[in-house]
Design a protein around this ligand. Structure first.
Ligand SMILES: Nc1ncnc2c1ncn2[C@@H]1O[C@H](COP(=O)(O)OP(=O)(O)OP(=O)(O)O)[C@@H](O)[C@H]1O
Ligand SMILES: [Mg+2]
Length: 311
């Protein structure tokens, strides 16, 4: 199994359940594990019945957890931009820039970009400290947009670097009658900041596309809609060269049903399990049972133990 694993899927299929119990399984077998929740709903604290926030907290031997949110990270991020800009622009335009930053913090995409930055930071900075980093993600659409960000951000940062280089060159032409040298361009504070971010995005992209380091597991239920949505999502991720290693079919009904309603449900489940086996024949497929009660800390252990024989 890969070092960094994302659990994704349609709303309510069991992403938080599977990622949390899988993280618990890895921790119980002695691997130092970090569980990261990127879902704004943040159910990991509810499921573990522990307080988890935006700093890494130990919740079980070998298991640490953190819940990150686009909203909080975007605020922190904008504040840091404010501080670094203050150092490079004159006080007269700081006020104007602050206005623009306030407008930017409520513009679409800012929270996602900030959340993505935080994910990159975790993937890069925590890589050596942990044996496994497990991500519990938000429902499919949100996560796909997030994972497609390296492409967009990379191109955008590159164009900003080109634009800034042009204006530094123009300034140099006006002052010295010649273009700025490579060294002068490298020394420019704005280019420095942009290049640092660009390099970070590139390293994240490299890790995300490396199937020995990162993989994606989709959680589904044996029903039509989660299957259809997952087929589309896998196509998109594979276009971005992100490796999808497996499918977990969660909430499998018990075998010993007697009631007519449940017998017919079970029959339908069998039909979908065949479709799942055929549709995802190149992926590893695991099944997890529907438990009598909904998920809480004790039940996580039951599901965690199932992983021991499955994976
Ligand atoms: N195997 C299971 N047996 C019993 N209940 C389950 C099982 N898996 C999940 N549940 C229940 O289903 C509900 C949804 O599970 P969970 O929160 O893990 O899904 P999710 O995909 O993370 O949802 P969201 O899209 O809202 O983040 C919860 O109430 C949980 O307790
Ligand atoms: Mg969830």
């Amino acid at each position: 199994m890969n070092k960094i694993i994302f659990f994704g899927g349609k709303g309510g299929v069991g992403k938080t359940t599977c990622s949390s119990s899988y993280a618990l399984y890895e921790a119980k077998r002695g691997l130092k594990t970090l569980l990261v929740s990127t879902d704004p709903a943040h159910s990991t604290s509810d499921i573990f019945e522990k307080t988890i926030n935006d700093t890494v907290t130990s919740i079980y031997p070998n298991l640490d957890a953190i819940e990150i949110s686009g909203e909080k990270e975007s605020k922190k991020y904008m504040d840091s931009v404010r501080v670094s800009l203050k150092q490079i622009v004159s006080p007269i335009i700081v006020q104007e820039i602050n206005k623009q930053i306030d407008a930017a913090s409520i513009s679409p995409g800012t929270e996602e970009a900030a959340l993505f930055d935080k994910m990159i930071e975790i993937i890069i900075e925590k890589n050596d400290e942990y044996d496994k980093i497990i991500f519990d993600t938000a429902p499919t659409g949100h996560t796909l947009r997030l994972l497609s960000l390296p492409e967009l951000l990379g191109a955008w940062l590159d164009s900003l670097i080109q634009k800034r280089s042009k204006s530094v060159n123009l300034m140099s032409m006006a002052l010295k009658g010649q273009k700025a040298s490579e060294k002068e361009l490298e020394k420019d504070e704005v280019i420095k900041v942009l290049k640092r971010r660009y390099d970070k995005v590139l390293s994240a992209k490299k890790i995300m596309m490396d199937d020995r380091q990162l993989s994606f597991i989709f959680v589904i239920n044996a029903e039509k809609l989660p299957i259809d949505e997952t087929v589309k999502a896998i196509n998109i991720l594979e276009k971005y060269n992100i490796f999808v290693s497996g499918i977990i079919v969660n909430k499998i009904l018990p075998d010993n049903m007697k009631d007519e309603f449940w017998l017919s449900k079970k029959e339908q489940e069998q039909k979908y399990l065949k479709i799942i086996a055929k549709t995802f024949k190149e992926k590893r497929i695991f099944t997890l049972p529907l438990l009598k009660e909904d998920m809480k800390a004790d039940n996580l252990e039951i599901i965690a133990d199932k992983f021991a024989v499955k994976i």
